[in-house]
Structures are given as C-alpha cells and as structure tokens.
Design a protein around this ligand. Sequence first.
Ligand SMILES: C[S@@+](CC[C@H](N)C(=O)[O-])C[C@H]1O[C@@H](n2cnc3c(N)ncnc32)[C@H](O)[C@@H]1O
Length: 134
Amino acid sequence: MTDVHVSLPPALRRALDLLADPPADPDVSKGYLDLLGAGSGEDAVPKNTGPIQAAWASPIGSMLYDNAQALSRRLISAWALPLEWLDIPQGGVALDVGSGPGNVTASLARAAGPEGLALGVDISEPILARAVRN
Ligand SMILES: C[S@@+](CC[C@H](N)C(=O)[O-])C[C@H]1O[C@@H](n2cnc3c(N)ncnc32)[C@H](O)[C@@H]1O
C-alpha cells in the first residue's frame, strides 16, 4: 500500500487491496474509484456500445432507470432487494457487478455490517455519478 492509498477512505483502500493490478495513483475525484480510463488511451476500458447500454450510458437514461427501479422495488415484490436469499454474512465481502445507481450495493453493505465491504462495479459514468449521489 502506498502513501497515496493511506489518504483514501477505508472502503476504497480495501477495494484497492483486492485489485490484482491497482493503479499507482488512484483517481477518486468523482467520488468513486475511476478505473474506466480516459476513454481512448491504451488503458481505457472498451466501451459497450450496444443499444441497451446506450440507455444506461446517457444521463437521461440513467436518471429514468434510477427512478423507475426505485418505484418498482416498492411496488413489485419480484424486484425487491435480494437480501434474504443472498444471506450476506456479517463482515462479508460482496461484489455487485453492473451496480447501476447503487441501491442494491448499499443494501449489501448494510447487510455485511460495519466490518463488511460491498463493492459496486459499473461501466457507465452517468450511472456511477447517480450512485455517488444516492
Ligand atoms: C439493468 S442495470 C442494473 C442496475 C442495478 N444492478 C440494479 O439492480 O438496479 C444494468 C447495469 O449494468 C451496467 N453494465 C453493463 N455492461 C457492463 C459491464 N461490462 N461492466 C460493468 N457494468 C456494466 C450498466 O451500465 C447498468 O448500470
């Protein structure tokens, strides 16, 4: 762990420790650990350009999804947060791939408790921005 990492919030430090190839100078300027890269460089994550991903990748699409999922989870039991059947242990580590606006990630974190860790991973910058706000 470098001195740069010591200045990060504990959850981000733990996330960096789990990476096989952590960045030497982690970019957390947007409120999350930005591993997406600058967009076109050699290290940039390839973009998912499919039509469905276009919705998550746009600010309007991510805003509509965020509001729709929040309402749906209140009204439709099949969309309820999956905490009971996941049975996250106290102190456990959960990885939420395609975490979107972060509601599921946050509930995983609550289930894992103060010693646990829930990591959300997403490829869409607008939806990551919503996750930070949420
Ligand atoms: C249907 S949303 C689900 C969001 C969240 N899991 C929920 O239940 O509310 C799908 C999410 O997967 C993300 N996604 C799609 N391809 C991805 C990839 N290759 N890596 C990480 N996230 C991805 C999208 O950006 C989008 O936020």
